[in-house]
Design a protein around this ligand. Structure first.
Ligand SMILES: Nc1ncnc2c1ncn2[C@@H]1O[C@H](COP(=O)(O)OP(=O)(O)O)[C@@H](O)[C@H]1O
Ligand SMILES: [Mg+2]
Length: 271
């Protein structure tokens, strides 16, 4: 445990992969995020937590330029996001949105192959490296057996894993996942969380919106807590998992105990 803590501490002290400064975001004239500043540490798994509607998805959308900032700046690896071409940005950041379409007439392998498009030539041809990346991603998400099935015919949980495989096939140093575990059974939730942790251990920067706080505390190196469009706390799980803070953010009364398996903080709801 000691070793793993030190390891994640080292990672938290590196230069940030994403640096958000004084960011304000709006839909039309409605402000959703105001003056938010936050660093996502490189090579770490950050869990983004906060109540429904606090702006988590909105923040992630801005990190992939889907939603332009009203004020403030976002730097990726120290370079302003505006300096990246669309293709260069897609080679650096892969994003799994919270709401995913159900693609019609597309097989699993074809969908995962879309993850390679930022790497393709102008003709969109797949090379040997692409095929290897696609097969590896299918295997990592345990969807190889589904490769020739239509995505539309899969269960919600299977489809979710196929979308994550597409993100993984993109082979970017930064991966943003908006509620990657929401439709999954407990076994596949844990698989995705372990996978996110192993990607971070390989040096990738992973940011995931999670609703299960105990899973966030257990698997993430770093927790960013949002409420009402603002950042209220960020840091290691044991620095953030405080009953007063969780009461303020989620209106829950809880105690914090030690997870007997991993020694990470674990919240228990009080009656
Ligand atoms: N496309 C949109 N147009 C207008 N308002 C939106 C849109 N998407 C989200 N919102 C609003 O922005 C706020 C933050 O939403 P969101 O970022 O999706 O929250 P979270 O992901 O934390 O649940 C909510 O009040 C939501 O209703
Ligand atoms: Mg959301």
């Amino acid at each position: 445990m000691q070793i793993s803590n030190n390891h994640s501490q080292d990672r938290l002290e590196q230069n940030p992969a994403i640096s958000v400064v004084d960011l304000t975001l709006r839909y039309g004239s409605v402000p959703i995020i105001e003056n938010l500043s936050l660093d996502f540490p490189k090579g770490a798994f950050t869990a983004l937590i906060g109540p429904n509607g606090c702006g988590k998805s909105t923040l992630l959308k801005s990190l992939t330029r889907i939603l332009p900032p009203v004020t403030g700046s976002i730097a990726i690896d120290g370079i302003p996001m505006g300096d990246y071409s669309a293709k260069a940005l897609a080679r650096n950041i892969a994003f799994l949105p919270q709401v995913l379409p159900v693609p019609d007439g597309i097989t699993v392998r074809q969908l995962v192959a879309y993850g390679r498009s930022p790497h393709n030539d102008i003709w969109g041809r797949l090379g040997g490296g692409d095929t290897a990346a696609i097969e590896a991603a299918l295997a990592q998400l345990e969807v190889t057996e589904l490769a020739d099935r239509y995505v539309a015919d899969l269960s919600g949980g299977q489809r979710q894993r196929v979308w994550i495989a597409m993100i993984v096939a993109q082979q970017t140093p930064i991966i943003l996942l908006d509620e990657p575990t929401t439709f999954l059974d407990i076994n596949h939730q844990v698989e995705v969380l372990r996978f996110a942790r192993s990607l971070a251990a390989q040096g990738k920067t992973v940011v995931a919106v999670l609703h299960d706080l105990n899973q966030a505390f257990r698997y993430a190196d770093n927790i960013a807590v949002m409420k009402g469009g603002k950042l209220v706390a960020s840091g290691r799980p044991d620095a953030v998992a405080r009953p007063e803070l969780l009461h303020d953010v989620f209106s829950i009364d809880c105690s914090i105990i030690k997870d007997p398996e991993s020694a990470t903080p674990m919240l228990v709801i009080k009656d």
